[in-house]
Design a protein around this ligand. Structure first.
Ligand SMILES: Cc1cc2nc3c(=O)[nH]c(=O)nc-3n(C[C@H](O)[C@H](O)[C@H](O)COP(=O)(O)O)c2cc1C
Length: 149
């Protein structure tokens, strides 16, 4: 079975995972920008590119802590991925590649987390300055799952 790894990456962190996945699986690596009909969420995306649901596996990359299962479930739900195998990996932040609006938004997110006693303080700490928190070993389980399909 052919594997296609479709990714979107603003500053290169998701791309690191996508590249490694495609290398390990001898797959084709495709930037979502190169798919003609761009869509905003995965239910629409799935209809457009006609992926067999049983063959779709999704990963997301962010600064939310991997321990924050509530947030990770929210991400799945918001993207209509409740029944899709889903992995969440830690990314990074590179302020040198971000514009004013993105920098300001991250600052706001950081400040609001810090004020919230229940907030994800690890994410707030990661948002303070540029840093790479990617860990390609996290891909192992996903790679195994795809190989066993
Ligand atoms: C404008 C902006 C908003 C973000 N919002 C979130 C967020 O809500 N939750 C999260 O976990 N990470 C958030 N992040 C962090 C990114 O998901 C993280 O930096 C990721 O590694 C970026 O991957 P990329 O370089 O492949 O685009 C945000 C980053 C930016 C620039």
């Amino acid at each position: 079975m052919k594997t296609i790894v479709i990714y979107s990456s603003k500053t290169g962190f998701t791309l690191k995972y996508a590249k490694k996945l495609s290398e390990e699986l001898n797959g084709e690596l495709i930037n979502v920008k190169d798919i003609k009909k761009r869509t905003r969420d995965f239910s629409h995306f799935n209809k457009t590119v006609k992926v067999n649901p049983g063959q779709l596996i999704v990963f997301a990359c962010g600064l939310t802590s991997r321990d924050d299962q509530i947030k990770i479930q929210e991400i799945k739900k918001a993207n209509h991925l409740e029944t899709t195998p889903f992995y969440y990996f830690t990314g990074g932040v590179d302020y040198s590649q971000l514009g004013f609006a993105s920098k300001s938004l991250l600052k706001m997110i950081c400040n609001s987390i810090k004020k919230d006693p229940q907030g994800d303080q690890m994410m707030a700490a990661r948002l303070e300055k540029s840093g790479d928190y990617t860990d390609l070993d996290l891909l192992k389980e996903m790679i195994e799952q795809i190989k066993n399909k």
